[in-house]
Structures are given as C-alpha cells and as structure tokens.
Design a protein around this ligand. Structure first.
Ligand SMILES: [Zn+2]
Length: 341
C-alpha cells in the first residue's frame, strides 16, 4: 500500500515536471524577423478619442474639454465650431481637435452709446463704429446682435490692458443705450442712470458670454478702463458692484482688505502726496492692475484721467480724478486680490 502511494506520488512528480517542460516549450518563441512576427494587417489605424459635438440653437459645440487648461489662461471646454465646406470633400471636426488652442475672445468691454435708441442703432449699424451687441432701453426683452461674435467689431479703438493692445482684436463689445453725461459750468460731469431692465439684460448677456468663452474677471472691463484718456463710458452710474455681488461678474475688492490698507493709505496721502516717489508708486500700481499708463512721477493729465476711470469703476461716489486714501486703499486691495498671473 505504501509502495503504491509512492509510485503514484512519483508519477505525479514526473507528470508535473513534464507539464512544466511542456509549458516552457510552448512559450518559447523563435527569433524571427519582425515582419514575420507581425500579426495580420490592421485594417483601421488607431484613432484618437472623439469628443462629442452637439448642436444647440443652430450652432455646434464640443461637449468635452478639448484644450489644455494648464497652458491657456482662457481655455474653454465648450466652443462653437465653424468649418470650411470644400466642394466634394468632407471636413471631419470630431477626430483630431488640438489641445493647443484658446478663444480669440478674451475681453468683454462695456460701453454706453450716449444716444437714444434709434440713433444708437443707426450709428452702430451704418457708420464706422459697431459693437457685437446693443442693449436697448425700450423695456422689451430683446437684445440686438449687430456683429457675429467671431468677427471683429469696431468699439474699442486705441486701447490697452495689461500686456494687450488694440482690444478690438480680442474682445466682445456691448453697447448700452444711455444718455451719457452733461457737464456743468464748473466742468463737473453728471451721468445718466441705467434702468433696472437694462442692467438685468446686460447681466444676463455678460454672464452668457463670459461663461462660453471663459473670460477672466480681470478682463471684463469698461471702455474707460482700456482707454482712460479718451473715454468715460459706461461711467460711474454703471453698477459694477451689483453685477459682482448678484451675478458674479467682473472684479470687486474685499471690504476687509480695503480696511487693512486704509490707515497707511491715509498716511501716504497726507505725508507724501507730492513726492515723486509716491506718484511713481501710484502709477506703477495702476499699471500693475492693468491700465496702460506711462510713469512720469507727476500728477499729469493721463494719470488724473486714469484715476478718474478707476474711480468710475471701483469708487463711483467721487470721481474727481484725485488720488485719495480710499481710492489708494481700494487699488491696493484689488492688486492683492487679482495679481497678474
Ligand atoms: Zn465706448
């Protein structure tokens, strides 16, 4: 009995060894030229993943992120697609979208027309100026599109912000029907208010555009921000703070940060107001924030107008163009919150 078990055990061992040898033998692959080892010819080449395209209101959009957000400061996930239609050929837009791309529409610039509705339409459609959109003041629910978003409108003129110039090339322009300002005998400007209906329309329109093109808050600007020596629009009555608070549109400072700068700002204004080094500091701070201003070390006309433009946007209660403690504190709070990347 014991002998029998031994024989079975031995034969199992032998069988096991044989099996191992067989496996080894079966996995051996003779060296052959690579052309012979290649499997049968592949009928389809490897294809990159295809992002889906959907059609929305007659415009096609990618549904997945096709660009690289680490390489583009305004990379967007969802872009409208405009393609060639060459006769006899098929343009395939879903196979190979490149990651190295961003939108040309990087800025959103707001204006007022300084004209009533009918004249605003005539000027913006028949003359040498235009805008992508016109927000009327007739109380209806319409917004007029005058220029396709992929085309350039002539609304910004000579303009600059941060490292960019001639912002017609890279912006969407929105004109708002508004009477602009009147000037009194002393030269003080009084600006016309915007109706609540218009502000709601502007907010909805801006929100839509900013979302689609991923326009940064620091690039949602007034015409006066990008051309401060020439322009005042949309002026101090335009409710930038309301747009920020209620619609998360554009930039605004944090009150607590402003307070932390206020005491030192008051000391600066009272002790150093006419020092060239202080004026240089103000000019540098305005440049750092984005304004296209030259440093002169004096309170020159361009600097005063730039301060006035800053006040229209961020301290509209007083827009005399004179740097005061509150304006200086707000400028520093904004530079802290929105540093240039
Ligand atoms: Zn304008």
């Amino acid at each position: 009995m014991r002998k029998t078990l031994y024989i079975i055990g031995l034969s199992t061992f032998v069988f096991s060894c044989t099996s191992q040898q067989n496996v080894k033998k079966n996995t051996y692959k003779p060296k052959t030229p690579i052309t012979q080892a290649k499997p049968t010819v592949q009928t389809t080449p490897p294809v990159a993943p295809k992002p889906k395209v959907v059609s929305d209101r007659g415009v096609e959009f990618f549904t997945t992120n096709i660009a690289d957000p680490t390489k583009n400061d305004n990379t967007a996930s969802y872009g409208s697609i405009v393609s060639a239609k060459p006769g006899g050929y098929k343009v395939v837009k879903t196979y190979f979208p490149a990651v190295a791309q961003n939108f040309r529409q990087r800025y959103l610039i707001l204006h007022y027309t300084a004209l009533p509705d009918d004249k605003s339409i005539t000027v913006l459609t028949q003359q040498a100026v235009s805008a992508h959109y016109l927000v009327n003041n007739t109380g209806d629910n319409e917004i007029y599109q005058l220029v396709d978003e992929n085309k350039r409108a002539y609304h910004a003129g000579v303009s600059a912000w941060r490292n960019d110039k001639n912002l017609n090339d890279t912006s969407i322009g929105i004109e708002i029907v508004n009477a602009g300002y009147t000037t009194d005998a002393a030269g003080k400007r009084t600006f016309a208010p915007f109706s609540d209906d218009q502000v709601k329309k502007v907010a909805a329109l801006v929100k839509d555009i900013v979302t689609r093109y991923q326009i940064q808050p620091t690039y949602v600007l007034a015409h006066s921000d990008i051309a401060p020596t020439r322009k005042q629009d949309p002026g101090p009555m335009f409710p930038w703070k309301k747009l920020y608070d209620e619609y998360q549109i554009g930039m605004w400072y944090d009150e607590a940060a402003k307070q932390t700068y206020l005491e030192a700002a008051q000391a600066d204004i009272s002790a150093r107001y006419n020092e060239a080094s202080f004026i240089f500091l103000i000019q540098t701070s305005l440049q750092k924030f984005g304004y296209g201003l030259e440093s002169s070390g004096t309170w020159d006309d361009a600097t005063k107008k730039t301060i006035e433009a800053f006040q229209y946007h961020f301290r509209p209660q007083n827009y005399d163009g004179i740097m005061d403690a509150e304006t200086w504190a707000i400028l520093q709070a904004l530079n802290q919150k929105y540093p240039v990347k």
